[in-house]
Design a protein around this ligand. Sequence first.
Ligand SMILES: [Zn+2]
Ligand SMILES: [Zn+2]
Length: 100
Amino acid sequence: MARLDLRPNCECCDKDLPPDSREAFICTFECTFCRDCVEGVLDGHCPNCLGNLVERPIRPIGGPVGGLSKYPASTKRVLKNGGCVMTPDPAGADAVPAPA
Ligand SMILES: [Zn+2]
Ligand SMILES: [Zn+2]
């Protein structure tokens, strides 16, 4: 069964994001960030692919398909080199001042 890569940390600040965290946000490529970074430096979009970030769904422990006990969260920590910096908003190119 295809499943999300539930990464254990924020790619920007390395904050722990356990599988039941309500603070975790992901893009379609499963880049994973904490709420503070998403609402702060990232301004709602992924610095890697510029896609939008949405709240990561919680995978239940059990349930009909086995949940976390059958499909455990990833333990591989992914951390962005040098952390995150403000990324340009792909929809807001006008906001970037033109070079003089
Ligand atoms: Zn973070
Ligand atoms: Zn991404």
